[in-house]
Ligand binder design. Sequence first.
Ligand code: IVH
Length: 674
Amino acid sequence: MAVPPKVASRAAKLRAEIEAHNHAYYVLDAPTISDAQFDQLFRELESLERDYPELATADSPTHRVSGEPASEFETVTHRVPMLSLSNAFADEEAEAFDRRARESLGVKALDYAVEPKFDGLAVSIVYERGRMSVGATRGDGYSGENVTGNLKTVRAIPLQLPRQAPVYFEVRGEVLMLKRDFAALNAALTEKGGRAFVNPRNAAAGGLRQLDPKMTAARRLTFFAYGVGAVEWGDEPPPTTQDALLDYLAALRLPVTTQRAVVRGLDGLLGYYRSIAGRRAELPFEIDGVVYKLNDLGLQQRLGFVSRAPRFALAHKFPAEEMPTEVLGIEVQVGRTGAITPVARLKAVFVGGVTVTSATLHNEDEVRRKDIRIGDTAIVRRAGDVIPEVVRVIVDKRPKGAREFVMPTRCPECGSKVVRLPDEAIARCTGGLVCPAQRKQALLHFASRRAMDIEGMGDKLVDQLVDAGIVHTPADLYKLGVAALAELERMAEKSAANVVTAIERSRKTTLARFIFALGIRHVGETTAKDLALHFGKLDDLISADEAALLEVRDVGPVLAQGIRQFFAEAHNREVIAQLRAAGVHWSEEAPRRAAKGPLAGLTFVLTGSLPTLSRDEAKDLIERGGGKVAGSVSKKTSYVVAGADPGSKLARAEELQVPVLDEQQFRKLTHGIR
Ligand code: IVH
């Protein structure tokens, strides 16, 4: 059926109007109609296209959401890498940037194109013969994810460029969410009982990475173009300045910010920086600084790049926002490794784009150094995705009853002793296996391949077992039955049975694996082996005092203390007893002290005089390391250690192809022997 001319022209008019309204809303920040009026135009166009399918061109605004949800994103390699920008915070750094550029180019003053630094996500959009073909995230700069379907839902991005566009045209810019769309999204989310996003950037990032474009469309993202990637320019001469390039992008109806300018010299840069900083709150989108780019594209080329950032551009960032608020309390949090971190509970304050109610205080010394007390007025800072922190407190505002923080002596999670080793900044819970905050981590470690090797005991399962209160300690694993496991999420009878079999199998193990599985601080696989070899029996290790532990190779005072503390904790001994009762066993061998030492089995011959070690000192080191010293070189000699005036032994070594070490190499080999 032929489309009546009247209908065709109405459809064309609607399309143009819709695109114009998109531009007014997203680019000019000056919508001229309401959302409801916009929707009405949109629905009218949809219904015309339904009645006359010939009208439905691929670049129609009604075709922004299409395609099936993806199962994952494909990788796109950028023809031209997407680089990053060098950052500056202080005026002096901007001054140095301008000076270096002038000196390198040998000119008195330079013109700069200056732009806001959008706080969103960099993307690349390729147009082929004017039609949008591929849209991708920045990724690692060399390749990103193909998010074409999602970018098509961004109404500010044209699906079709005007006729004059080059055959191959890659535009680069930032996807972001306007502050008002962010506020509306969060209001809708919280009304439905959902969780609000912390800032527009996170909301935009989440939106862009939706597998279903419909979800992206619902997020209402926008886009600003700030440059180009790979372009095949064709006959017409390409722009020669950044400013002209942006004009060109705008002429192709790509959204370009109205906040840009061209300025001259350092004064111009800093003037722009200050004026944008002053207008930051009024801008419809969030920015985290401004970007300076040498305006002349030819000069840009001449300056080139350092590592991954151009020398011709600089991001001058705004300082992290700071706000005063009240310290309501100081609590401690127990991390997965038992680290006890003091955390300030704060009266809610909006800073750096998010509402902050707590801030990390890092450790006890930090609290003392900054003299932070409960009741104080504190200056809180937050920049980007960084965890909020307390910069300082206003001592003049300190109320009479302000209380000092006291590090608890017992873990708030499990009641175990809290200790802080003399040269460590961090206090730790000694609860180890029984502290709920550490339990999941400890269980995962216990079950890991090099420890008890329980296949199938991954983090999802451990999370469920601990959260449901089924497993408290590793010993509880040995009580699990197929029925209990099969009731958990994502656990079929078959996989439950497999896990139970793996648990069964792990009952028989080695002492070294068992010691490693306990998760004693600093006791890795090698130390666990050394301990097993040295003590032979678990009970001898448990009852070893510090002096006995120090005899083990590579065990120093810190490690010895850690081991002592672990076994001194009644909880830990109890868990070990339970594991044994559950049938976990290993063969207990007589300790092989003779074979210990990193040089065990090696024979050395010393010749000549070493620069710093005397002959006796060298011999002593070898013997303490478990090695032997011989008087003459033979085929059985492992190494000849040679100094000045070596004599015939060196010649013999070379003849027999025995490796020869100088003192430095010898010291490396014996490093750690005491
Ligand atoms: S130009 C070679 N201009 O900043 C440099 N980037 O650190 C290409 N950004 O990944 C980038 N606003 O996401 C440029 N007006 C602007 C920008 C901008 C924000 C982001 C962009 C890039 C990052 C570089």
